[in-house]
Write a protein that binds this ligand. Structure first.
Ligand code: HEC
Ligand code: HEC
Ligand code: HEC
Ligand code: HEC
Length: 134
């Protein structure tokens, strides 16, 4: 009787651990909140941007922002499980991208502000992403 109970408890614990493991393994959603800033363009007045990542993930597809690059240098659309790199890995001056996406700032403004403009013009105000320092 006691043994049966022990088996049940152990089995339950193993199942529980597997379940947690599976959940963690399938959910590399990155940080919930990110402070974005360039590590290449050290502007005189650094302007970090706040980015509620999880809040955006709740409403949008990963592909709205994430993609990759093929051997030919062309964009590769997002697919689940794709290696996600920092925007600046590809969007930097040395990579010679078109002007509107030639730096982290430009690519971010194109992506972030581009969508915000369609969603709600108030979200394009500088202070939404670059809050004044306290
Ligand atoms: C929807 C979000 C968003 C809005 C609105 C926005 N920005 Fe940005 N901005 C970013 C992101 C993201 C970056 C790239 C990360 C960083 O450097 O802060 C950036 C980068 C910058 C940079 C480069 C900062 C640096 O340290 O290299 C400047 C300057 C800048 N923005 C100015 C502005 C100004 C001025 C406005 C208003 C006209 C504005 N931004 C509106 C998101 C935004
Ligand atoms: C609205 C835009 C947006 C959406 C939607 C979005 N992300 Fe992100 N994500 C970003 C930005 C911006 C970064 C920071 C990139 C950087 O630091 O250059 C980031 C960072 C990450 C990182 C960390 C990468 C690293 O090494 O720093 C992971 C992992 C990630 N995202 C996964 C996801 C997944 C999975 C989804 C979909 C469920 C998703 N993201 C949806 C914009 C987005
Ligand atoms: C692995 C390289 C790579 C990474 C990482 C990357 N991009 Fe791109 N991105 C590209 C390429 C390649 C293009 C196409 C360039 C062209 O049209 O000449 C592109 C195009 C874009 C465009 C133009 C509009 C479009 O979607 O075609 C925007 C905006 C953009 N990227 C923003 C971002 C942002 C924001 C991030 C980070 C969340 C990011 N990119 C990460 C390679 C990358
Ligand atoms: C494809 C559309 C889309 C993209 C791309 C996008 N956003 Fe947003 N963003 C939204 C929407 C929609 C809201 C309003 C969400 C709400 O009020 O619940 C929002 C709200 C915000 C807010 C205000 C959050 C709040 O708590 O009220 C910030 C800050 C922000 N976005 C930053 C960014 C930055 C930085 C980027 C680029 C790295 C970005 N967004 C890219 C759609 C987008």
């Amino acid at each position: 009787m006691k043994k049966t109970l022990l088996y049940a408890v152990t089995a339950g614990m193993i199942f529980g651990l597997c379940f947690v493991g599976a959940t963690l393994a399938s959910a590399d959603n990155g940080p919930a909140d990110i402070t974005l800033h360039s590590t290449i363009d050290k502007a005189k007045k650094a302007k970090p941007a706040v980015f509620p990542h999880a809040k955006h993930q709740a409403k949008l597809e990963c592909a709205e922002c994430h993609h990759s690059k093929g051997a030919d240098g062309k964009q590769v659309a997002f697919v689940e499980g794709q290696k996600i790199e920092k925007c600046e890995t590809c969007h930097n001056k040395a990579a010679g991208m078109p002007k509107k996406i030639s730096t982290f700032k430009n690519a971010a403004h194109e992506n972030c502000k581009g969508c915000h403009k369609k969603t709600d013009k108030k979200l394009t105000k500088c202070g939404v992403c670059h809050p004044k320092k306290k």
